[in-house]
Write a protein that binds this ligand. Structure first.
Ligand code: ADP
Length: 301
């Protein structure tokens, strides 16, 4: 961990000794600047934790990859990186070739990178100060050799902090997708995310209502445990697209916990189709707008 923090400092151009900017000649040991060849970067956000943001990120990445796109999934949820577990890839150690970290392959056209792969013990709590967090995010953006991608799906931590701002300011984005459960308490936090990204001119691609209703497997009775329709109403109120509802269902939870996301293992199931429909809306809205422009090349200075 210390090594990682020191590397992060070096990446920020600080000396190990005094934390002040290092003179240019001392920075020669830094890895070369990396360009990411990505057509569309999609951020997945939520106002609070536990609303299903990572589950949505993972299933959307599979839906895009199943559609024949080259997809990278970047888990930037530094405090609780859960994507490796959801993919059954815990304990993987990414290969390093030259100065570049290789993302972990999931399928032929889907690969993943997570801070969890780089921590000696991913279950230990990691305390990130703001600048360290920004340095770590920059490292994950600049030192991972994704190759040429159609989509990079980025699972961000909940809230409106350094990670969100770093991504908004340092990468050209297709836009942000916000995940919320239907009840007011979650939606109030989601509103903050929407406002923050509007302020920094990042397009809001839409709002997803997760855990939208619960269908009892015993009696088929539908219970809106967290309410129902709140996210749709909020999207309408704010004039942003509503991308769809995903029910609260045990098969979604079990699939994630087993490391076999539902879109990967049961793509024709009724719930998987919800994620696929959302992914379709996303690629349609992105490709009818941004994709008609030349593919952006991401250069991080
Ligand atoms: P977040 O990234 O917002 O913290 P997660 O994606 O980690 O949330 O989801 C939290 C928990 O809720 C996980 O156990 C996940 O499997 C479960 N979960 C997410 N979405 C659903 C859903 N639609 N139905 C049932 N369980 C879900």
């Amino acid at each position: 961990m210390t090594r990682q923090i020191e590397e992060t400092r070096e990446t920020r151009g600080e000396t190990k000794e005094n934390g002040r900017p290092a003179p240019a000649q001392v920075q020669r040991g830094l890895p070369p600047r990396v360009e990411m060849d990505v057509r569309h970067v999609i951020l997945v956000l939520s106002g609070k934790g536990g609303v299903g943001k990572s589950t949505v990120s993972v299933n959307l990445a599979f839906a895009l990859a199943n559609h024949g796109r080259r997809v990278g999934l970047l888990d930037l949820d530094l405090h609780g990186p859960s994507v490796p577990k959801m993919l059954g890839l815990e304990g993987q150690v990414p290969a390093v070739i030259g100065n570049a970290i290789q993302p972990v392959p999931v399928t032929g056209n889907l690969s993943v990178m997570s801070m969890a792969f780089l921590l000696p013990n991913p279950t230990d709590p990691v305390i990130w100060r703001g600048p360290m967090k920004i340095g770590a995010i920059r490292q994950l953006l600049t030192e991972v050799n994704w190759g040429s991608l159609d989509y990079l799906v980025v699972d961000l931590p909940p809230g409106t902090g350094d990670a969100q701002l770093t991504m908004a300011q340092q990468t050209p984005l297709a836009g942000a997708v916000i995940v919320s459960t239907p009840q007011d308490l979650a939606l109030i936090d989601a509103q903050r995310g929407i406002e923050m990204f509007r302020k920094v001119n990042v397009p809001i691609l839409g709002l997803i209502e997760n855990m939208s209703s619960f269908c009892c497997p015993a009696c088929n009775h539908i219970t809106p445990i967290f309410g129902h329709g709140g996210a749709r109403d909020e999207a309408e109120r704010r004039g942003i697209p509503f991308l769809g509802e995903i029910p609260l269902d045990i098969s979604i939870r079990e699939a994630s916990d087993d490391g076999r996301p539902i879109v990967a293992t049961d793509p024709d199931s009724v719930h998987a189709r919800r994620y696929v429909a959302i992914a379709r809306q996303l690629w349609q809205s992105i490709t009818t707008g941004a994709a008609t422009k030349p593919a952006p090349r991401i250069v991080i200075e």
